[in-house]
Design a protein around this ligand. Structure first.
Ligand code: NDP
Ligand SMILES: O=C(O)C1=N[C@H](C(=O)O)C[C@H](O)C1
Length: 266
């Protein structure tokens, strides 16, 4: 299967190129960078440090249309939606790791997925996806007696908050507790907030240095608390998950899938 990486010069893009190189059954077909990038024409492998791949970086997805079967997209919401439309129109599969999409943008993506096979997940690591199942079990067993707080930390360059993973964790916990996250989420408290309401789910965000991605969900009541934590120490964990998703998509009908589908965790 030939893979195209868009956002190839980004933090994830570079690691994704390395991951394609190390995955049997996948080969790099194209690498796309920002249209004004000085890297256009440079070898994708040489940019990442894995050596010459023979794939020259392009500034346009349309220009490499015939060079790939599956697009891997870890970029930003507007571009991801454009790319999903492109994949729909051109019979391509797409793996999407981009976070920060609004509900309306997610609906737009779901529409595109009616005509293209799409894996869309805010976190492609096996560890986080197993953690989601642990959270579902913990929340269902602990019930409303335990306050839920979600704390996440990421590097100083991250643009969206809370992280897509933190929000997904909140959705899973809310669902297990019979709540709607849109109604019970409280983001970054400040000032004279009054006492905590029993059913709120709080989110706290840290942005600092080079943190790859830490997530903790705290369940606390009188007398005890449980903290379930996942810490990513390398972006390669996300990239390997994206490769699994690309291989898994081969031959799948159009539809919107997530990493729980890919990993058989549903
Ligand atoms: N699902 C998961 O497992 C994970 C998801 N993510 C998500 O992935 C996304 C990207 O993260 P990260 O790699 O850190 O971000 P970066 O900003 O490092 O990467 C995005 C890249 O896209 C490039 N770009 C901008 N416009 C275009 C264009 N038109 N065509 C091609 N490339 C373009 C940017 O170039 P320039 O900088 O020159 O504008 C940049 O290099 C985020 O939403 C993040 O939350 C991250 C890690 C794991
Ligand atoms: O931007 C990042 O870096 C990450 N983003 C994802 C998110 O928003 O959840 C996943 C990971 O934690 C790294």
């Amino acid at each position: 299967m030939r893979v195209a990486i868009i956002g190839a010069a980004g933090r994830m893009g570079k690691v994704l190129i390395e991951a394609v190189d190390g995955t049997g059954g996948l080969e790099l077909g194209a690498a796309i960078v920002e249209p004004a990038s000085s890297l256009i024409g440079a070898d994708a492998g040489e940019m990442t440090g894995i050596g010459k791949t023979g794939i020259k970086m392009s500034g346009s997805l349309a220009d490499v249309k015939d060079d790939f079967d599956v697009l891997v997209d870890f970029t930003f919401p507007d571009l991801t939606l454009e790319n999903a439309e492109f994949c729909k129109a051109n019979g391509k599969m797409i793996v999407i790791g981009t976070t920060g999409l609004t509900d309306a943008e997610k609906e737009q993506l779901a529409l595109a997925a009616e005509q293209a096979p799409v894996v869309f997940a805010p976190n492609m690591s096996v560890g986080v996806n197993v953690t989601l199942n642990l959270l579902r079990t913990a929340a269902a067993a602990l019930g409303d007696d335990y306050d839920v707080e979600i704390i996440e930390a990421h590097h100083r360059h991250k643009k969206d908050a809370p992280s897509g993973t933190a929000l997904r964790m909140g959705e899973v916990v809310a669902d297990a507790l019979g709540r709607d996250l849109n109604e019970c989420a409280v983001y970054g408290r400040e000032g004279f907030t009054g006492e905590r309401t029993r059913k709120e789910i709080g989110f706290e965000t840290i942005r600092a240095g080079d943190v790859v991605g830490d997530h903790t969900v705290m369940f606390a009541t009188e007398g005890e608390r449980i903290e379930i934590t996942h810490k990513a120490s390398s972006r390669m964990t996300f990239a390997k998950g994206a490769m699994r998703a690309a291989l898994w998509l081969d031959g799948k009908p159009a539809g919107l899938y997530d990493m729980q589908d890919v990993l058989g965790l549903k």
